[in-house]
Design a protein around this ligand. Structure first.
Ligand SMILES: [Zn+2]
Ligand SMILES: [Zn+2]
Length: 290
């Protein structure tokens, strides 16, 4: 009797850290959240984590509770080494648990650089009291050659990386799921010279998580800082057949009321130019099921 193939399991995207630059806790950021970049993606039987900002700490606690002593295995897609994308890793408790397996995929000039990003900040002295060697998990590093093929697999899940327009370089990731593509495009300054390449990279995505740190007036004095402007993000998404846009990498100075306004502006623009496109701002703790 032929084996029955299981139907496509749902894909889940959960936001653990949505803030850019610096954690921003406090009453002014309660609704959208103050932790820096960390996103959990579950698809094709895989657990994928994007970046290790301070949001990875509560993710770690949640995984330990869920697994209740059984081993945790995950792939960490690492965009770049800026603080807000690595600072949570020393506080990711599963990394201290024997039996945990963590595969880190990222692109730096060399494989040693990729490893160094994680080991240097855990030097056991100046930057952090415990050395990297104290982590009991099996941690492997997959270095992407930025001049080569940036397609790879996480289990059966196809992923493509793409360099973004960001000082020092950063990577976006496109994850193909049975429910459509999820594109992570944080730490990307819109309107750069490579925008056509980015358009190709995000084309047709079911879900675009996009750096929209600034509004149209803020971007005027922040060109070259490597972050997106909400109007430009909406224009980019609108021209790329995107189903759902999630504004991301919120500025530490933007309180909940400001972010409400930013979303309203983006929705008004989408409603006018791209009816049918869902627009929202990433909120810590929210989960999207595709
Ligand atoms: Zn950042
Ligand atoms: Zn950055």
């Amino acid at each position: 009797m032929p084996q029955q193939l299981p139907g496509p399991s749902p894909t889940l995207v959960r936001f653990w850290g949505v803030r850019g630059s610096l954690p921003s806790p406090g009453p002014a950021t309660l609704r959208y959240g103050g932790n820096t970049t960390c996103i959990e993606v579950r698809t094709g039987g895989e657990l994928i984590v994007i970046d290790a900002g301070s949001g990875i700490r509560p993710l770690g606690e949640s995984l330990l509770a869920e697994h209740a002593g059984t081993p945790i295995a995950l792939t960490l897609l690492h965009s770049h080494a800026h603080w807000d994308h690595i600072q949570g890793f020393p506080f990711f408790t599963p990394a201290y648990v024997p039996g945990t397996r963590i595969r880190i995929v990222g692109g730096h000039p060399t494989a040693a650089d990729l490893r160094g990003v994680f080991t240097d900040q855990m030097d056991g002295q100046r930057w952090f009291p415990l050395p990297f060697e104290r982590l009991a998990a099996t941690i492997t590093f997959d270095h992407l050659d930025l001049a080569g093929d940036l397609r790879f697999r996480v289990g059966e899940v196809a992923v493509t990386a793409c360099p973004t327009n960001h000082p020092g370089g950063s990577l976006g990731f496109r994850i193909e799921t049975a429910q459509g593509a999820i594109v992570f495009l944080s730490d990307h300054e819109t309107g750069g010279p490579d925008e056509s390449r980015i358009r190709e990279f995000i084309a047709g995505a079911a879900l675009l998580i996009a750096d929209a740190q600034y509004d149209a007036s803020e971007i005027q004095t922040r060109r070259g800082w490597g972050h997106g402007c909400v109007d430009e993000v909406m224009a980019l998404a609108g021209g790329s057949d995107i189903g759902r846009v999630v504004l991301f990498h919120h500025d530490p100075s933007h309180n909940d009321a400001f972010l409400d306004q930013l979303v309203a502006q983006a929705r008004a623009r989408a409603g006018r130019d791209h009816p049918g496109m869902i627009v929202e701002a990433a909120r810590e703790g929210d989960a999207i099921e595709l």
